[in-house]
Design a protein around this ligand. Structure first.
Ligand SMILES: [Zn+2]
Length: 251
């Protein structure tokens, strides 16, 4: 009897401890992100993690990672032996500033991936998705307290025949043209009791609670492509999210 009363509260206490660790992780990443920018003339690292497209501002200053990717998952969007390994973390340009691979995982993320966190697409991704222009320097980021950089995310778990994981790219959960959820590689998470940890360009961290239950369903991966449109209709989380993911300019 006593055990049945105590167990849920023990579980809750453990989850709260994991949330604190996760929030501390995103805080350390946003500090690293900012330090990197300060050391490299305010240029920000790339939110993209694949080595298939050089950044326009690339000058090859980091050996082995000409693309300034914060994590270097290796070439292509398919499977390769580097993606989802500790090497991918160590080859990223932020590793020098954080120095530990454990930081890249949320303790409540029970998938077997080396990384839980992602960076918003608008923050230095070389691809101009939907025709917008992404930020290349921290100086371009207006209203930095309202622009998300890091997010406790849910990367795609597609696996190749040998078990390797493909495409752990940057964070693009919303189609900014159609205002619908996207089915991209990196998705929202809701693993901390329906909440999601984030870090912003002014270096503050925040824990967002998703307000629409359909967002939690989407974030937990319980929703198929055909349901995205309906789940986007009058979803109060979408405009909030679009605002913090806003790129430098739209088409
Ligand atoms: Zn977390």
């Amino acid at each position: 009897m006593l055990m049945s009363i105590m167990l849920p509260s023990l579980r809750r206490a453990k989850e709260q401890a994991r949330q604190v660790v996760c929030l501390s992780n995103v805080r350390q990443f946003i500090t690293a992100w900012s330090t990197y920018a300060m050391e490299y003339n305010e240029r920000i690292c790339s939110s993209y993690t694949h080595l298939n497209q050089p950044n326009p501002w690339d000058d090859g200053h980091v050996p082995g990672n000409r693309f300034n990717n914060w994590v270097a998952d290796g070439p292509g969007v398919g499977f390769n032996p580097v993606c989802n390994t500790e090497q991918a973390l160590r080859d990223g340009v932020l590793f020098d500033f954080v120095q530990t691979v454990d930081l890249y995982r949320c303790p409540s993320d029970h998938r077997r991936l080396v990384r839980s966190y992602s960076i918003a697409h608008a923050m230095g991704c070389p691809h101009n998705y939907e025709g917008e222009r992404t930020y290349t320097t921290s100086l371009e980021v207006r209203s930095p307290s309202e622009r998300m950089v890091f997010v406790d995310a849910r990367a795609g778990t597609t696996r190749g025949p040998d078990g390797t994981v493909g495409h752990l790219g940057c964070f693009t959960p919303v189609n900014t043209v159609s205002d619908e959820w996207l089915g991209g590689a990196v998705q929202l998470s809701a693993r901390h009791d329906g909440q999601c940890n984030m870090a912003f360009a002014d270096l503050h961290v925040d824990r967002w609670r998703w307000r629409d239950p359909r967002t939690v369903d989407y974030a937990l991966g319980n929703m198929g492509f055909s349901e995205f449109q309906a789940a986007s209709h009058e979803n109060i989380d979408l405009p909030r999210l679009k605002e913090i993911l806003r790129p430098a300019t739209f088409r």
